[in-house]
Design a protein around this ligand. Sequence first.
Ligand SMILES: Nc1ncnc2c1ncn2[C@@H]1O[C@H](COP(=O)(O)OP(=O)(O)OP(=O)(O)O)[C@@H](O)[C@H]1O
Ligand SMILES: [Mg+2]
Length: 264
Amino acid sequence: SDGFENESLQIDDYAETELISDAFNRMLTRVKAVDDSREEFVSNVSHELKTPLASMKVLADSLNMNPDAPKEMYQEFMQDISEEIDRENSIISDLLSLVKMDRKASDIHMEETNINELLEKIMKRLRPIAEKQHVQLILDSFRPVTAEIDETKLTLAFSNIIENAIKYNKPEGGWVRTSMNADRKYFYVTISDSGIGIPEDSIDHIFERFYRVDKSHSREIGGTGLGLAITRRAIVLHRGAIRVTSKAGEGTTFSIRIPLVYVA
Ligand SMILES: Nc1ncnc2c1ncn2[C@@H]1O[C@H](COP(=O)(O)OP(=O)(O)OP(=O)(O)O)[C@@H](O)[C@H]1O
Ligand SMILES: [Mg+2]
């Protein structure tokens, strides 16, 4: 065998060889699943990276074909091209942070961190975005908490969830409530919103890379579908857990649990 065999083994003479061939076949199935998901990932990445390029190409070509186009048209198209470049950039940064987190836990920098302050910093950074969307940001910290965490990675995780809660909210009078509590082993962060909610048949998929509910309507709301994949990765690296409950049209709640002390 060349080591790339796709055919499963069929040996039924002896019980022992049968066990070995069973184990081998199970392994083959797993290898194949990894291979398939890698292939799907690469094809999704290529697709996502090509979309902004395609728009830029169209914009540049139409300017090239219209040498007498008015100055305003040039300005507008250049502005669009610049936005597409920003988009391409943000997809690439998201991909890099995913890949970085996929590496072993040696990359993780655990430090005793004040979680109340961490959440306040996130609020401060996201408040202007929320105000633009007319969404009220509320933070309830029920007690002072310090925990051994990687500040960069957890900041990214919480920011992604709160950004979603703002983004997928209602046009007027929406709110996002973040609350934090702790017991002797864990701290808990809950992020609830008054937004559009997630349909039941989508809820199991939202943590998948590039998955977005209802592609057509989420087109208007910018995004790549990498945010929650990054978030889950960061939380799992902390030996934490994340759960989501949602009701379409009413809102969504993400519940996160992180150990106060990291056990490698
Ligand atoms: N709070 C929420 N309310 C409603 N839908 C949500 C919420 N959070 C996530 N979703 C749905 O889950 C999908 C995946 O979220 P995710 O953060 O991974 O991607 P995104 O926000 O589309 O893009 P980005 O990579 O920029 O974060 C979203 O496209 C949206 O359809
Ligand atoms: Mg997101």
